[in-house]
Write a new protein. Sequence first.
Length: 190
Amino acid sequence: MRTLISTAFVSLDGVVEAPGGEPGYRNSGWTFKDMEFLPEAFEIKGREQQEATAMMMGRVSYEAFSQVWPGMEDFTDYNAMRKYVVSTTLAEDALVSNWGETTILRSLDEVAALKETEGGPIIIHGSATLNRNLSDAGLIDRYHLLVFPLLLGAGKRLFSDTDKDTQKLKLVEHEAYSNGLQKNVFDVVR
């Protein structure tokens, strides 16, 4: 069975929208504005590139990342990974040709079936809506969270507000950094 890992930059109040400067969000670029960069705080991102064997995202994140990441040296390991895009609307002919093998999954049932196959971890990037849907369906196994010491107020959230049973998490790795960032790695307790 494959492990599905949600990885996110998240504000203390749970916002994940536009961390890198994507247009249309009032606080766009919040991960680097007035934040001292400490390479050790982002070590987990390099580790993810080495350990994951595939990447999953929703349509909106795919459309944004596929235009930028294939040409970025920082993402060479991600670029070589197989990609899965979970979308009911993305057409096959909309897939880019320079970003490796990509498969479109049309439902959460297809994601659940993928998890049952042989292979290594699958990392979920961006994709706030997909993260919420996968979490609500009980399909996420682990969270890699870099929590920023910010309250952003409005914005897309990592977790839904669906009324559901308690989902327990086990903290398996954590660290706090001098710039206020916190790394929290949680396994979902089943």
